[in-house]
Design a protein around this ligand. Structure first.
Ligand SMILES: Cc1ncc(COP(=O)(O)O)c(C=O)c1O
Length: 431
């Protein structure tokens, strides 16, 4: 029996401790018991509100958000222009009636066609990254008439069955086998293996920088070579920019680092400025025609393409441009990368390497065990950070693109203290 609760408002009807207890209990009993226990052990508080780069917990303590919702909060939390756009659209119409044209959804697709490289121009809107990846994989199959998908080891594309099949972590895939076949995985960065795998493939799906795989930045030219190999094999190139896109890596789209135009580009996370869920793929028109030109209802979504998400995304894209956030991502990213490398030099037995591009920075530890101490120690010092899903010995630092130089320094101080605390507590754990 679920107890009746009264006055359990989000913001103040309960004492801070009672709010924590109630929330933890609900997670432990009704959401994900083992994860709830793990989060409690890691010292995770209850989030209550957030603004800019800061999240406030149930006790009113402020945290600089360097986990950034795993890349969602490119504009920080609750950017006023995005919130205002959403509030005003909420009064007009929230979800699409689906039987009529929607002006905002149309404008968003047009804007994405203008912003994305080359002739990418037809958008499909979904509600998450994994859904957008599903759409991209289906489009590739239908357009080419081929089934095989090539993907990279350690890549991450989402957790629905199709996207999971392309993801590179056996840990997440194996319990659900058999997955969607045929998918072949090749080492990230290895163009010889890619050339072999691409025979008869519909597409190669790849992240321009692997996020969840441990912030792996390929050598410049990798994507350009992959583009050439796909062309030679008659396969499509799908750039999964769910995490790297929209300024995160210091480019509008990280594939621009190599001057590459993919056939399909996938976006989600930051697209609506951290206020509404959204996902999208943007494709070359001839692919869309080949796949769906005669059957336009083959791939659809009830909630995808809502006016509310479109209003948020249009405002978010304007803010990215008007506040020059991509330049800030480059400048603050360079500061964060250099700073973390400097801090790490004092702890060679804890940190193996610090790497990144723009404001996606990974701290690779010598043993996974350190991460379980470093992330909570940073949290104690008022900074959130997170490990990467496919490589838990890599801690990611992924703050909003609005982050200021002084906030980067505060995060670096917290990292330094946390590395020290981890070494004091655990000593040398080996490689
Ligand atoms: C590169 C990439 N693709 C796809 C996804 C899946 O997105 P979502 O969690 O919104 O389904 C993620 C999520 O981290 C991602 O990083």
């Amino acid at each position: 029996m679920i107890e009746e609760r009264t006055g359990a408002g989000r913001d103040g009807a309960l004492s801070p401790q009672a709010l924590y207890d109630e929330t933890y209990e609900n997670y432990k009993r009704f959401i994900n018991p083992p994860l709830a226990r793990l989060m409690k052990l890691s010292g995770s508080p209850v989030e209550v509100r957030a603004s800019g780069t800061t999240i406030f917990d149930h006790d009113g303590k402020a945290y600089l958000d360097f986990a950034g919702g795993y890349g969602v909060f490119t504009l920080g939390h609750a950017h006023p222009r995005v919130v205002a756009a959403v509030k005003s659209q909420l009064d007009a119409m929230a979800l699409s009636g689906k039987t009529m044209f929607d002006p905002l959804v149309g404008r968003l697709a047009r804007k994405l066609a203008e912003l994305t490289p080359g002739d990418l121009s037809i958008s499909f809107f979904a509600n998450s990254g994994t859904e957008a990846v599903e759409g991209a994989l289906k489009l590739a199959r239908a357009a080419t008439g081929r089934a095989k998908i090539v993907a990279a080891h350690d890549g991450f594309h989402g957790k629905t069955l199709g996207a999971l099949s392309a993801s590179g972590s056996p840990e997440y895939r194996l319990p659900f086998a058999p997955l969607v076949a045929p998918v072949e995985h090749v080492p990230y960065g290895d163009t010889s293996a890619l050339a072999v795998a691409l025979v008869d493939a519909a597409a190669f799906i790849v992240e321009p920088v692997q996020g969840e795989g441990g912030v792996n930045v390929p050598a410049p030219g990798y994507l350009a070579q992959a583009r050439a190999l796909c062309d030679a094999a008659g396969a499509l190139l799908i750039a999964d920019e769910v995490q790297t896109g929209l300024g995160r890596c210091g480019y509008w789209f990280a594939c621009e680092r190599d001057g590459v135009v993919p056939d399909i580009l996938v976006l989600a996370k930051g697209l609506s400025g951290g206020v509404m869920p959204i996902g999208a793929y943007i494709a070359r028109p001839e692919l869309w025609d080949a796949a769906y030109g005669r059957s336009p209802l083959l791939h659809t979504s009830t909630f995808g393409g809502s006016p509310l998400a479109a209003a948020a995304a249009l405002a978010a894209l304007e803010v990215l441009h008007d506040e020059d956030l991509i330049a800030n991502a480059r400048a603050r990213g360079a500061q964060l990368l250099r700073g973390a490398q400097r801090v790490a030099q004092a702890f060679p037995s804890v940190v193996r390497e610090v790497r990144g591009l723009g404001l996606l920075v990974g701290v690779e530890l010598r043993a996974e065990g350190y991460a379980g101490t470093i992330v909570p120690e940073m949290l104690k010092r008022g900074v959130t950070a997170a490990w990467t899903l496919n490589r838990r010995r890599v801690i990611r630092l992924e703050p909003p693109l609005t982050v200021r130089a002084s906030e980067v320094e505060r995060a670096l101080d917290a990292l330094q203290a946390a590395l020290g605390a981890a070494y004091d507590k655990l000593g040398f754990l080996g490689d």
